[in-house]
Structures are given as structure tokens and as C-alpha cells.
Design a protein around this ligand. Structure first.
Ligand code: GDP
Length: 689
């Protein structure tokens, strides 16, 4: 059965770790009817954390998509990780979701990582609603966190509910329920059947003034945003509920403001109103601009393509996640246009090959529903494709479109691994292939010099998790060597050169000549390849080979053997001889040009710089900052958060090995930290790379 597009919500639940994302998701899945047993994070039985490694660590690293139903709407929840070591995963989820529920703790409030995630959501223009959770805890403060939303995140919050009491639910003045500022009612959640029934009552007398004041703030925030609402407000001095909801929806979708709700997921208070708000205020796929891409045909590569979320358009979708286990590969696809049918073939424009859709699934919390087709706007699990990787487009073979792929940061750390027995070698290789497909921030290759298998990732924790997964899920016994920093190189200055290949072999001549330029672009990570040749200098297939060869050469390594990054390569010109200019000749000429260019101007060694956030009780600030200084770290910001101090620093990865043990001993085990790749910088002259 297909679903009307306007009744779909693709949302992410976004939060700083520990704010209560998992508990809130759990409760949502329970109320939205798909979970039969309510899970609990604290005993590792929740539904979204289906990876045992995550459940054990209590962090959700690998996103999954789960569908549930609320008021005749299908809500697809795309899981987003809360741990900053995995920002690429957060960005990947943000790319395919249409709206977000951002969960904050009423005690800890807006934390540095919430700021990171908020900024990422800004970057992708994701409309949001906020949920201030943990109202039941000692020290909970709704108003304090509410003002932090504008002060720290520069958000434009409007409260649609406020708490009735704050602090432990067992206290007479504790958190008892919420005041709905749109209906102007008090809602009490009956805890006996897990908050399933809601008691709607009049607002208690003693709370009426406070509720009216907040109601007024809500009306004032929205009345000016809409002509019709304004004229009603002007004549009556108030706005009826349906007007408030209508204007709020418009304003949320256009990112003008963010409704704020409150509750306690743990105590089953205020969760159903989140679902109501998702349906009311967050966009359906129809409210989102058409998806843009380019034509995959190299001859028409400059041509942009776009698809509106309609069943009538040709199919296109984006693979945003691959979940792999020993038995199957499940591809999570966001469908942007058209209809994806079971047992159909679709094009993967990156590889140019067709992929078979052999099964279509709607993934629910604890079951899967088999589908015959799925339509624009929806998110489904697909079995069948073989060569697609995360970030690939799938589309109608007759109407090609290449959506912008998801960008992942460069890996910064690598480690050699060896299977315990040589019998395991093949299995190891296959497992690594599967795992790197699933997690594009991780890669594996065999070292040409040593024959060892090298795995690379985003940090020590990332590699640790990967090793554990291989042992636990794929039953591979192996030894890991010490992790090492992955250095990079960049071209030292701009250079323009010609490369040639001219060989006679058994009377057959192979010939190519190419002109290229290489240029450092410090502000752009990765490599960019531009094709600036006059039309028809090369036939289209060879033009493509020219570009590919440039990319391969830069990836192949600079003078020291590390990949070149922050480098722009331009294909400028070529000489083509009919019958003699072959693919091999082009590749060899490009290799010659790049080699000469590197030798002529040289390369600069780059080292990865990490962004580090250390949270510590103030007693240990001195110890920790002295230690950071000794590691060539630069502390860029220090702020107070409650009784804790948060230090943000930038530090070279080469000096941060084993930091988790060191920071513990510097702080009697009290400080915590997160670290993620930030950028590559010029390495000091004496670096032994
Ligand atoms: P996540 O890291 O954001 O996914 O957060 P979790 O849902 O795992 O919650 C972190 C901790 O906070 C767990 O021990 C939860 O039981 C607890 N927690 C979650 N929501 C609430 C709440 O509303 N009130 C209280 N008191 N604790 C909560």
C-alpha cells in the first residue's frame, strides 16, 4: 500500500548524548503503535540501538530508519548519532530527513555538541521543533534552557507548552504535567498504563496567569507573520487554535521559528504532544524544494536535473545507509521522486550499471512489512543492489540523474590488522569490504609494500569500534597493530605542465599528449578535478578517462606517498590522434604530467588536526590545559556549563594517542572528552611521516 505524500514525515531525533534521545525515540515508537514492549536504555533493550556494541556503550552510532504511525500519518524516524566522533553520520542523516526534533536536557541545557548539531541542521535548512526533556530531574529549569536556545543557538524559540512544576515527580511541587499553550489546557499523563491515557483538564487557578503570559508571547511571536492571522488578532485580541497551528506550521517550515515543548520521556510525560507537533508543524516531502542533481551522461554533464516529489516523475532516490550483517545487505533509500517497484531494475549512475530491486521493506521497530512498491517522499529498506555504496543515487535508467553525493571527511588514522590464521584472510577481506560499504568514513586496503591489511577511520574510538564489530558480528579473530596518523600531501604551488606518451609496439603506435595544471587550494578539503577543454578535443569516453586518471594519480600519492589533498587539478588540453590515442595512452600521459609537476614544485606534508572538547570539573582545568599545551594543542574556547568547564581545543592527532587514559588520570576519572577530525594543516618540519 502506498501512502499519500502529504501524510509522510521524515524526521530525525537529534540530541547531545545523554539528553534522552534513545528514551524519547523508544516512547515515540511505543505510542505510535509499533513496539509491543517498551525498551529501556539502562538495561540495553531499546529498539533503535539494535547494534549490541552501541547498546553496550549507550551511544547510537549507526543510523537506521524506522517507520511508525500517528494520526493517519507515517513517520519515518531516521536515527542520528549523538556522539561528535561521528559527525559524518549526523550530516548524512540530515541530508535525507525533512525535519528534526531536537532533544535537550532540562538540567544540562544547551551543550557544546548541541551547538554543533544545531549548526549542521542550519546548514541543511532542517525545520525543527525542540523538546526540553528531563523536567523531572532535580535542577531542571525550563525557562533557563528556553533562553539558552536563543542566546546560544541564536534560535527563534516559541513555547507551545510549559511545565506544570519542575523536579522529581514524587515532590508535591515536582513535575506533574504540561500546560498546553494552544488549547490552554492542563494535560496529565497517567503513569499506570505507561502514560497511554491523557487527562485533559482546566489549567489550575494558581497557574493561570503564568500560562496566559506565555500564551501571549506565543501569539505575539506569530501574529505578525501572517496577514489573515493578524487581522483576526487585531479585531479579537487573540487567535483560535487552528490559526495558531496553521501559522506555526508555515513559520516552522520556512525556518522562521521553532516551537518548544517539554516533558519527561522517562516518566512518560509529554511524549504524545511531540508526535502531534511532528504531524502539525514539520514538513511533508511536498513542502521541501525539488531535489537537484546533474545529468549522468558525460556529454550532458553541465545539464542540471531536478525532480519534484511526485509519483508521476521518473524514479530517483539516494542510498543513505547500508546495514550489513553476515546474511544480507539492507540498503536504506530515500525516494525523492517517482515509484520504486519491487523486482525492477534501476540505474546506479555512478557505476553506470543496473541494480536489481529484489525486495522492498518498510522497517518497523520490531517487524518489517514487505512492500510491492514505494513512492516519492518515502524511506524504505531495499535488498538486491550489489555495487551501490552509501551516498549513491539510484534512478530510472531512461531518466538519469546524479544527486550530489554525501561528503565524508578524509580518514585521519590507520592501523594494520592481521587475521590470527591465514585461513581467515579471505573472510577478513570480505568483511572489510562489506563494512566499508556500510560506513563510508572507514576504509580498508592492502599495503603494497608490506602486504598487511590497513584499516583507516576517524579516530581511535572509531577504529576500536570497528575491530570489536569484526570480532563480535563477523567472528574474525585478529591482531591489531598500533594505530598511526594518516598524513597527506598538497602541491606546493601552482604548476602547469604537459605530459606525453608515445610508444611503438609491434608496429602499433600509441600516442597521447595532455596539458594539466595543479594548484593548492587550502580552503577546499579533498581534491577537485575540473575539465576545461574545448569541446570535441577528445571523444567523450576519453574525456572521462582523462578526469578519472587525474583523480587516480592524485589519490595514488605525492612525493612521500601520501594522498594529495587540498589540490585542484585542471584538464586543460590534449592532442588526439585517431586510432592511436587509447585509454592506456591517456592514462600514461596524465601520469607523466602529474609526476613531472610534483617534481618541479614539490609537495608540502599535511597532518590531521582534531577538534577536541573536554568537559571537566573546574578543579582539573589547570592540569588539563597544561597537558594540552604540551601536546601542541590550541585552546580556542573555555566556557562554564553548570559546575563544569568545557574546553574546546584544536590539536594535532599525532599528539593525541591514548588521550582517553591520560585525561582520566589527570582528572581522577572525572573529565570526559570527544574528538573528531577538523582539518589538515601543514605539519612541523621535523615530522617523521
Ligand atoms: P541519549 O544518549 O540521548 O540517547 O539518552 P538516553 O535516552 O540513553 O538517556 C540517557 C540517560 O538519561 C538514561 O539513563 C535515561 O534513563 C535518562 N533519561 C532519559 N530521559 C529522561 C527523563 O526524562 N528524566 C530522567 N530523569 N532521566 C531520563
Amino acid at each position: 500500500m502506498t501512502i499519500a505524500i502529504e501524510r509522510i514525515r521524515n524526521i530525525g531525533i537529534i540530541a547531545h548524548i545523554d539528553a534522552g534521545k534513545t528514551t524519547t525515540t523508544e516512547r515515540i515508537l511505543f505510542y505510535a503503535g509499533e513496539t509491543h514492549r517498551m525498551g529501556n536504555v539502562d538495561d540495553g533493550t531499546t529498539v533503535t540501538d539494535f547494534d549490541p556494541e552501541e547498546a553496550k556503550r549507550g551511544i547510537t552510532i549507526y543510523s537506521a530508519a524506522i517507520s511508525c504511525k500517528w494520526q493517519d500519518h507515517t513517520i519515518n524516524i531516521i536515527d542520528t548519532p549523538g556522539h561528535v566522533d561521528f559527525t559524518a553520520e549526523v550530516e548524512r542523516s540530515l541530508r535525507v530527513l525533512d525535519g528534526g526534533v531536537v532533544v535537550f536536557s532540562a538540567v544540562e541545557g544547551v551543550e557544546a555538541q548541541s551547538e554543533t548539531v544545531w549548526r549542521q541542521a542550519d546548514k541543511y535548512h532542517v525545520p525543527r521543533i525542540c523538546f526540553i526533556n528531563k523536567m523531572d530531574r532535580i535542577g531542571a529549569g525550563f525557562e533557563r534552557v528556553f533562553s539558552q536556545l536563543s542566546d546560544r543557538l541564536h534560535a527563534n524559540p516559541v513555547a507551545v507548552s510549559i511545565p506544570l512544576g519542575e523536579g522529581p515527580v514524587t515532590n508535591p511541587q515536582g513535575f506533574r504535567g504540561i500546560l498546553d499553550l494552544i488549547q490552554m489546557k492542563a494535560l496529565y499523563f497517567n503513569s499506570a498504563p505507561q502514560g497511554t491515557t491523557i487527562d485533559v483538564q482546566s489549567i489550575p487557578e494558581e497557574e493561570l496567569m503564568r500560562a496566559e503570559e506565555w500564551h501571549r508571547r506565543l501569539i505575539d511571536a506569530i501574529a505578525l507573520l501572517d496577514d489573515e492571522a493578524f487581522s483576526i488578532y487585531d479585531s479579537t485580541g487573540d487567535l483560535p487554535a487552528e490559526q495558531i497551528i496553521r501559522v506555526l506550521r508555515k513559520a516552522v517550515i520556512s525556518n522562521q521559528l521553532q516551537p518548544v515543548l517539554c516533558g519527561s520521556s522517562l516518566d512518560y510525560i509529554g511524549v504524545q504532544p511531540i508526535l502531534d507537533a511532528v504531524v502539525r508543524y514539520l514538513p511533508s516531502p511536498l513542502d521541501i524544494p525539488p531535489v537537484e542533481g546533474r545529468n549522468p551522461n558525460p556529454k550532458k554533464a553541465e545539464k542540471s536535473e531536478s525532480r519534484t516529489p511526485s509519483e508521476k516523475e521518473p524514479f530517483c532516490g539516494l542510498v543513505f545507509k547500508i546495514h550489513v550483517d553476515e546474511h544480507s545487505e539492507l540498503y536504506f533509500v530515500r525516494i525523492y521522486s517517482g515509484v520504486l517497484k519491487n523486482r525492477s531494475r534501476v540505474l546506479n549512475p555512478r557505476t553506470g550499471s543496473k541494480e536489481l530491486i529484489s525486495q522492498l521493506w518498510r522497517m518497523q521497530a520490531d517487524s518489517r512489512e514487505k512492500l510491492e512498491e514505494a513512492t516519492a517522499g518515502d524511506i524504505v529498506g531495499v535488498i538486491g543492489p550489489k555495487d551501490a555504496v552509501t551516498g549513491d543515487t539510484l534512478c530510472d535508467a531512461l531518466h538519469g540523474i546524479l544527486l550530489e553525493s554525501i561528503r565524508f571527511p578524509e580518514t585521519v588514522i590507520s592501523m594494520a590488522i592481521e587475521p590470527d590464521s591465514s585461513a581467515d584472510r579471505k573472510k577478513l577481506e570480505e568483511t572489510l569490504k562489506v563494512m566499508s560499504k556500510q560506513d563510508p568514513t572507514f576504509s580498508a586496503k592492502i599495503s603494497e609494500e608490506t602486504g598487511q591489511t590497513i584499516v583507516s577511520g576517524m579516530g581511535e574510538l572509531h577504529l576500536e569500534i570497528i575491530s570489536k564489530r569484526m570480532e563480535r558480528d563477523f567472528h574474525i579473530k585478529m591482531r591489531s597493530h598500533k594505530p598511526r596518523v594518516t598524513y597527506r600531501e598538497t602541491i606546493a604551488s601552482k604548476v602547469e605542465l604537459e605530459g606525453r606518451f608515445d610508444r611503438q609496439n609491434a608496429g602499433v603506435r600509441q600516442f597521447a599528449s595532455v596539458r594539466i595544471s595543479l594548484e593548492p587550494v587550502p580552503e577546499e578539503p579533498g581534491i577537485s578535478i575540473l575539465y576545461k577543454m574545448k569541446p570535441n578535443v577528445l571523444p567523450p569516453e576519453l574525456a572521462l578517462i582523462f578526469e578519472q586518471a587525474l583523480r587516480d594519480e592524485l589519490k595514488g600519492g605525492g612525493l612521500v606517498g601520501y594522498q594529495l589533498i587540498n589540490t585542484k587539478a585542471v584538464a586543460l588540453d590534449a592532442e588526439y590522434h585517431e586510432g592511436e590515442t587509447t585509454e592506456t595512452a591517456i592514462r600514461a600521459a596524465v601520469a607523466d604530467a602529474v609526476r613531472q609537476a610534483l617534481q618541479k614544485v614539490g609537495t608540502v606534508l599535511l597532518e590531521p588536526i582534531m577538534k577536541l572538547e573536554v568537559v571537566t570539573p573546574s578543579d582539573f582545568v589547570g592540569n588539563i590545559s597544561a597537558d594540552l599545551n604540551s601536546r601542541r594543542a590550541m585552546i580556542v574556547n573555555t566556557e562554564l556549563r553548570g559546575h563544569l568547564v568545557v574546553m574546546i581545543a584544536e590539536a594535532p592527532l599525532s599528539r593525541m594517542f591514548g588521550y582517553s587514559t591520560d585525561v582520566r588520570s589527570l582528572s581522577q576519572g572525572r573529565a570526559t572528552f570527544t574528538m573528531e577530525p577538523l582539518r589538515y594543516d601543514v605539519a612541523p618540519p621535523n615530522t617523521e611521516a
